[in-house]
Design a protein around this ligand. Structure first.
Ligand code: UDP
Length: 238
């Protein structure tokens, strides 16, 4: 049974939309907050990175005539909005947490640095790392890989809508089969769209374990982190 001491959980912005298909669904937010709280109370240190795709993505802004850098900055601010929403939901569950921002944004959040984030984690608080990497032309997948490596986590948990990595997109190809374990190299060879290339190679170079799992099914985070059940797909070096 795999025991995780410290993890980084990556949630996509879209996952916060829940059933309503846009923005932030308070029911979904409360479900996430309650599950994260359970896991932290069981003794696992949890850092979180949330995307911003439910609000704004720089690349889609650029196709509508936005300057790419400004669009990316809007995207990074969207991740801060989502992070504040999760922070508030965690507070409502009684779970202490700190919102860190990649660029200075006081008093909205605390300017991120590794040591303050680790201090928060070690005192039983959730460290929400918002604002991506702080730089344009990156994604929150890369931001979460960076924070997972920096914070010396045992795993970066990528919460998705499907229960792991498949040979093809299971939502489009019914013959697709799931991997229990796969290497970063195989992901790159097969051009599997698990994360963007920058994020994948960064984890590969730093030997950062990734677990891709279905975060939309309630209870999965507990199964993985508290019960040590082998759900999802593990990504390791060859
Ligand atoms: N973004 C960025 N730099 C980063 C992280 C994010 O510029 O380090 C911007 C980028 O425009 C991206 C948006 O923030 O499209 C939202 O992040 P992402 O698309 O990764 O969110 P998700 O798809 O996970 O909801």
């Amino acid at each position: 049974m795999k025991r995780y001491r410290r993890v980084l959980l990556k949630l996509s912005g879209e996952s916060l939309q829940g059933a309503q298909g846009y923005g932030i669904d308070p029911v979904r937010l409360q479900e996430y907050a309650s599950e994260i709280t359970k896991v932290v109370q069981s003794g696992v240190q949890v850092a979180i990175v949330i995307g911003g795709g439910n609000i704004f993505r720089g690349l889609s802004g650029a196709t509508k005539g936005f300057d790419r850098v400004k669009g990316d900055q809007m995207g990074m601010l969207a991740t801060v909005i989502n992070s504040l929403a999760l922070s508030s939901a965690l507070e409502a569950e009684g779970q202490k947490n700190v919102v860190f921002t990649a660029t200075p944004m006081s008093p909205i959040g605390k300017h991120y640095n590794k040591w303050d984030a680790i201090e928060a984690l070690e005192s039983g608080k959730v460290a929400i790392c918002s604002g991506g990497t702080g730089n344009p032309y990156f994604t929150t997948d890369t931001g979460s890989s960076l924070r997972a490596i920096e914070l010396e986590t045992d795993a970066m948990l990528k919460g998705t809508r499907v229960d792991g990595i498949y040979t093809a997109d299971p939502e489009k190809d019914p013959t697709a089969t799931r991997f229990e374990e796969i290497s970063y190299q195989e992901i790159l060879r097969r051009h599997l769209k698990v994360m963007d290339l920058t994020a994948t190679t960064m984890c590969m170079e730093n030997n950062q374990l990734i677990v891709v799992f279905d975060m939309d099914t309630l209870g999965n985070l507990t199964k993985l982190l508290v019960e040590g059940r082998p759900i999802g797909t593990r990504v390791i070096n060859e």
